[in-house]
Design a binder for this molecule. Structure first.
Ligand code: PDD
Length: 292
């Protein structure tokens, strides 16, 4: 049986279809090689959260893999059409652009034309208990790519590092995997950015560690600084992470989620900390929706 998310609406090739009906060619290079780029966000009261920022990052990812995106207004119109068809105030939204289908072969010149797909479905946030009690994370042996490899700041369809890291974390009963850089310092989560609080100061790994420049990461840094909380983008060793008073992760869909265990040991008191809670409220005010 096909496990297609219920109630999904999908824009593909100029048409909006039900999730079960939507399909792409097996000769599409997104399918064959992960040759494409994507973005994920959610809506708040029907409006995609930080859409301009996500489209900018999509454009940056596309430039990095020399993929020509459909014009901006066409992507924005496709997003609007898909969300309208879904008709839900709170939706999960995924924008995918692949290099398209064509003769099988690594040469990108084999592709005919970029394919735009937009997936919208009712938003399902993680279990409320993860927000209330905090999540457990574990460091996995897989590393983020070193400079000179496919850069982690490119959100391409090639997500196997994160897929395998997540599988390893779930096998160990953890919610999220922590990936380190080549030096063994913390880089980011499999699909989130990580923050640590020590003595009232917030630290998150720098972009130079090799990580996705999260849109929520940037918003959260601005919010914290706006509330007078000292923040730095600086390397975080595993030891420093383990000794933090508080920790949290961020992503566009999940917002701010407390992290209370690292590698089977509690972080701080083992409960979501006061700064993380305050940030959850500030972030909720900022996006216009109460924290989960
Ligand atoms: N991913 N780091 C990685 C590797 C990610 O995949 C994501 C988001 C983030 C957070 O970025 P942002 O705040 O812009 O959402 C960080 C989404 C959830 C995904 O691929 O499904």
């Amino acid at each position: 049986m096909r496990r297609v998310p219920a109630e999904a609406k999908v824009y593909v090739d100029g048409q909006v279809l039900d999730g079960e009906q939507a399909c792409v060619s097996v000769f599409d290079r997104g399918f064959l090689y992960g040759d494409g780029v994507y973005e994920v966000t959610r809506t708040v009261r029907g409006e995609p959260l930080f859409l301009a920022e996500h489209l900018d990052r999509l454009a940056a990812s596309a430039r990095a893999i020399e993929l020509e995106l459909p014009p901006h207004p066409r992507i924005a119109a496709a997003v609007g059409q898909t969300l309208q068809a879904l008709g839900q105030p709170r939706a999960y939204l995924r924008i995918v652009v692949t290099r398209g289908a064509g003769e099988i072969g690594l040469d990108p010149a084999c592709a005919d034309a970029p394919l735009l797909v937009v997936i919208a479905r009712p938003l399902q946030l993680p279990d409320q208990r993860l927000y209330r009690d905090g999540a457990a994370v574990v460091c996995v042996p897989l590393r983020r790519n070193a400079p000179g490899h496919l850069p982690p700041e490119v959100k391409s369809g090639n997500y196997l590092t994160s897929v395998l890291a997540t599988a390893a974390a779930r096998r160990r009963g953890a919610y999220e995997a922590v990936l380190c850089d080549q030096q063994g310092h913390i880089a980011e989560g499999a699909s989130s950015n990580l923050f640590f609080v020590q003595g009232g100061r917030v630290r998150t790994p720098p972009l130079a560690a090799g990580l996705l420049p999260g849109i929520t990461r940037r918003v959260v840094l601005e919010l914290l600084r706006g509330h007078g909380v000292p923040c730095e983008e600086a390397p975080v060793t595993r030891q420093e992470a383990a000794e933090a008073d508080e920790a949290f992760l961020t992503s566009s869909v999940r917002g701010v989620m407390p992290v209370v265990r690292l590698d089977d040991r509690p972080i701080g008191t083992g409960r979501p900390g006061p700064l993380t809670r305050a940030l959850g409220v500030w972030y909720g005010e900022h996006i216009g929706e109460a924290p989960p």
